[in-house]
Design a protein around this ligand. Structure first.
Ligand SMILES: *Cc1c(COP(=O)(O)O)cnc(C)c1O
Length: 374
């Protein structure tokens, strides 16, 4: 926590507005809008925000939605909630993100069959950003709307503009593992204020105005809490600090491994401002001298958690049989990518332990200090 959260939470208690209405919710949405420049609705999770956004784009039974293959499952599940099917698009090795050439191929082939997808859901991974210019141009040409899943990338920018503000919808998460958190929660933003009002209406059970418990549309219990909105307001104040902390951790790892071969930080393309929500590295087993899995085991033996990069959606039993475009890049990233300890609160001595185990795994020897004066 940053410090101001508790006072905002206490103000919710003092006002006795603890549930889905209250000053913190309104203020948080205004502050979020101030940060990103687009109308925002706060909801119970990032997943809920994706569900609402895709429904507003008209996704329904029988539709297809193009999705980044390399992502977290919560991005694709709402496609199924709506009775539609995801179609997975492979990553570009140079960015780890959705490959615009694969998108082009998918759109051309679907247009040829006169069966264009209802939408594209594109993930911004690990605090980075997808190459939006070509992606948006292609989708514009084919008339396919875009939902940006920026759940992992609050604070990241593409060509100096925040990710999530380019497509028809942008989604953020306030889950416990994200760069800022309200313990749980999500935000949906759009350039279209009417869509945000509709999302708000659906998120609160879609009760018809001026009628007593009459419902004409299908709603959800996706509202945010005034208590959690207090936490979220305090967290917004420290977003910039969290971003620089996370970036600092990634850069220290990168420097500490700079003399080792076969271990490289997730690409940081020059068009993006990367928050490094997680410090992810690609392990080239032959050059590094140890496998990604043996590295995870070495860390585990020292009671240090690390994780593989996301398992692509086409490898999930849940989505076996779904169509996909592209090759095996996402699969290779999953098999050889590792997320190292990245918490904003990671102490320098603890980071040094991680560094020494990684170096020890290849006989690179321990290193007494972290590289550079970052
Ligand atoms: C965390 C995450 C979500 C889901 O957000 P929740 O707030 O946990 O529901 C969706 N997409 C991606 C890419 C995520 O990392």
């Amino acid at each position: 926590m940053g410090g101001a959260e508790q006072a905002f939470v206490e103000s919710a208690f003092a006002s006795n507005w603890l549930s889905t209405v209250g000053e913190n919710i309104t203020a948080f949405e205004e502050e979020f809008e101030g940060l990103l420049g687009r109308p925002a609705v706060a909801v119970s999770s990032g997943t809920a925000a994706i569900h609402l956004g895709l429904r507003l784009l008209g996704v329904g039974p029988g539709d297809e939605v193009l999705c980044s293959d390399l992502t977290f499952v919560a991005m694709c599940n709402p496609v199924r909630y709506l009775g539609a099917e995801p179609v997975f698009l492979d990553s570009d090795r140079a960015t780890w993100h959705l490959d615009p050439n694969v998108l082009e191929d998918a759109l051309r082939k679907r247009a040829g069959k006169n069966k264009l997808p209802r939408a594209l859901a594109v993930a911004h991974l690990y605090g980075g950003c997808a190459d939006l210019d070509p992606i948006l141009a292609l989708c514009h040409n084919y008339g396919v709307p875009v939902l940006e899943d920026a759940a992992e990338a609050l604070g990241a920018r593409y060509r100096n503009k925040p990710v999530g503000t380019f497509g028809d919808f942008g989604v953020y998460s306030l889950n416990g593992n994200k760069i800022i958190t309200a313990t749980g929660g999500g935000v949906l933003i759009s350039s279209n204020p009417a869509w945000i009002e509709k999302a708000r209406f659906w998120s609160q059970q879609a009760r018809d105005p001026d009628a007593s418990y009459q419902h004409s549309e299908l709603g959800y219990n996706y509202g945010f809490s005034n208590v959690l909105a207090g936490i979220a307001r305090g967290q917004l104040q420290v977003l910039d600090r969290r971003v620089s902390e996370r970036r600092g951790i990634a850069i220290k790892y990168q420097k500490a491994f700079s003399d080792l071969g076969g271990i490289s930080l997730m690409p940081q393309p020059e068009w993006g401002f990367h928050t490094n929500w997680l410090s992810c590295f690609f392990i080239n087993e032959r050059e590094f001298g140890a496998s990604r899995d043996s590295l995870i085991r070495r860390l585990e033996e020292a009671n240090i958690e690390s994780r593989p990069v996301w398992k692509p959606m086409h490898m999930q039993p849940l989505y076996s049989g779904c169509e996909r475009f592209g090759g095996t890049v996402a699969e290779e990233l999953h098999r050889h990518g590792i997320c190292l300890a990245s918490s904003s609160s990671l102490e320098e001595v603890d980071q040094l332990r991680v560094v020494n185990i990684v170096r020890g795994a290849v006989g690179g020897g321990p290193q007494s200090r972290l590289g550079g004066g970052v």
